[in-house]
Design a protein around this ligand. Structure first.
Ligand SMILES: Nc1nc2c(c(=O)[nH]1)N[C@H]1C(S)=C(S)[C@@H](COP(=O)(O)O)O[C@H]1N2
Ligand SMILES: [Mo]
Length: 528
């Protein structure tokens, strides 16, 4: 057989482009076939090991926090789609390169394929919940792509006659055969890719159906929410965040899908008795309802990575009491099915607050993306050190010995929520009509409680606002203030909360890392 040689490209300028695009197309088709069959395999036998998603998870794990924050800032919640599209684009560029390499310097194209496959294999197996089955999609990708690449590049139309000055018939049998092979290979890849998506969607639908089971009634009901806890102000954040609007933060590219019949929680580590409990046993315990505001440490001042829900669950302290922690243990390292961990002080789980293993959220089973079937909710602590979703293990240990997922990545081992407040109306940057303008929002200091909220207009004095009734110290409180003499012009409005311990929200700004943002939420409004 005759390969397109670098000499061909160098000498025969008109055929140079042709001599590049055909091998590139061969590489692309080989990659599509490999990727498609690998994604299909993943959807069938290893739902957690989709090569694109596991490589994406690897990227999330290794990129520096600063880059992550930048990307989240740029693309908001589209960040995962952007990541997946980027991975696919990089793959396609490398695939074209592999085709060109293989046509000129075999076997370097195949070596590149093996290298890419090796990265996918590493990504699949480095997940903490990885099983040997998870290696299969990456191996399929590597094998299929390498074989397809070899077959296609050895069927490239011969270019020697072009070099000899006698251009081939470009519609000749070699070219047609090459096009057919390439087209069929790419077609198989696309069909497999589509099949994988359909199969994954079917799994998702089945899991959603399973999630529609009926929750048992609460043994301890949440005390009725006082009527005065909600202020009648248009545009204010609702007191209870609907599940569909609840912020979502996690490191999981594909939501873990746990069959509740398979779910088990183990309490391990520094305990007298290891405890294991399954889902039916958990549901049979006296479940309690409690309303708790959950906040993310990455919530910047004025941001919306915070939500308030009524959770149904079982107190973690009761299960810890069964396990009998040994003296010296000061941390519960909770682990999710997908490997995320959070280190929570035992104190916060046993001091009587509503620290629960939650199964329900606002009257529904936990939505899949909020931790179905079981997650932790601990009032007073940021989610990254307490709110493990898809939780499967509680390990009693010591802060001196172990760290939760985010701690080695630049976040504090301890994450108590900081007192903060936010202006929801008027919306930042909007205009208002001169005269009477209602300013309103929410303020929080979980497990301490909010005792006062004040606003400042331009550089005027701080004015006390009207606080709605509290549900409990664990939830945010709405507040409102009527600005009676708003005059035309541009104005700045600031808000400041004071917690029940007398701590006034600081105006000193701090970044979200390592333990939560500080500063005052400030908006600009133009009055006309
Ligand atoms: N399994 C798992 N649980 C997790 C996380 C995660 O990445 N994986 N992120 C935590 C963080 S940082 C936050 S703020 C809360 C968010 O919970 P939500 O998505 O239900 O709002 O979940 C916590 N629990
Ligand atoms: Mo978070």
């Amino acid at each position: 057989m005759v390969y397109v040689t670098p000499d061909t490209a160098a000498v025969a300028t008109p055929s140079r482009a042709r001599s590049l695009w055909r091998p590139a197309a061969a590489g692309l088709a080989a990659a599509l076939a490999g990727l498609g069959l690998a994604e299909l395999t993943a959807a069938w036998i290893a739902p957690g090991a989709s090569p694109v998603l596991t490589v994406g998870a690897l990227v999330i794990d290794i990129v520096p926090a600063g880059v992550k924050d930048l990307v989240i800032g740029l693309f908001g919640t589209a960040d995962k789609i952007v990541l997946i599209v980027t991975i696919v684009l990089v793959l396609l560029v490398l695939a074209a390169l592999a085709g060109i390499l293989e046509s000129r310097r075999p076997p370097f194209g195949r070596l590149l394929v093996v290298l890419i496959g090796g990265i996918a294999l590493f990504a699949a197996l480095s997940r903490s919940s990885a099983s040997t089955l998870d290696a299969v999609p990456a191996v399929v990708a590597m094998g299929v792509a390498a074989i397809a690449l070899t077959l296609l590049t050895t069927r490239l139309p011969r270019s020697a006659p072009e070099l000899a000055g006698a251009p081939r018939d470009l519609n000749g049998p070699d070219r047609r055969r090459f096009l057919v092979y390439t087209g069929v290979t790419a077609g198989i890849g696309l069909l497999a890719l589509a099949g994988g998506q359909i199969s994954a969607a079917a799994t998702r639908a089945a899991d959603a159906a399973r999630a529609l089971f009926t929750l048992p009634p609460a043994s301890v009901r949440q005390a009725a929410i006082p009527a005065g806890a909600s202020l009648d102000v248009a545009g204010i954040t609702p007191l209870i965040t609907p599940n569909a609007d609840f912020y979502r933060i996690d490191t999981a590219l594909s939501v873990p899908r746990i069959d509740p019949r398979d779910w088990r929680l183990k309490i391990t580590g520094m305990v007298e008795n290891e405890v294991e409990i399954d889902f039916a046993e958990l549901l049979a315990l006296p479940l309690e309802e409690s309303t708790t505001t959950l906040a993310c440490v990455s919530n910047y001042v004025g941001g919306d990575l915070i939500g308030n829900a009524t959770w149904l669950g079982y107190p973690i302290r009761e299960l810890l009491a069964r396990a009998k922690p040994q003296t010296g243990a000061d941390m519960v390292l909770s682990r999710s099915q997908d490997g995320f961990t959070a280190g929570t002080p035992i104190e916060a789980l046993t001091d009587g607050r509503n620290a629960i293993l939650a199964v329900g959220m606002n009257g529904e089973p936990l939505p899949l993306e909020h931790g179905y079937p079981v997650r932790m909710v601990v009032p007073g602590l940021y989610g990254y050190v307490s709110a493990t979703k898809w939780v499967v293990e509680l390990k009693l240990t010591r802060f001196a010995d172990e760290q939760g997922y985010w701690t080695p990545r630049g976040w504090s081992a301890l994450g108590p929520v900081k007192v903060s407040s936010r202006i929801d109306v008027p919306r930042a940057g909007t205009s208002a009509t001169a005269g009477s303008v209602v300013i309103a929002g929410v303020a929080w200091s979980q497990h301490v409680g909010v005792s006062a909220v004040a606003v400042q207009i331009d550089d005027g004095p701080w004015q006390d606002t009207t606080l709605a009734d509290a549900i409990s110290v664990d939830t945010w409180r709405q507040w409102a203030y009527t600005w009676t003499d708003a005059i035309a012009g541009d104005h700045t409005i600031r808000v400041r909360a004071t917690d029940a311990a007398g701590l006034v929200q600081t105006s000193a700004t701090a970044d979200v890392a390592p333990d939560g943002a500080t500063g005052l939420h400030e908006i600009s409004v133009s009055v006309s």
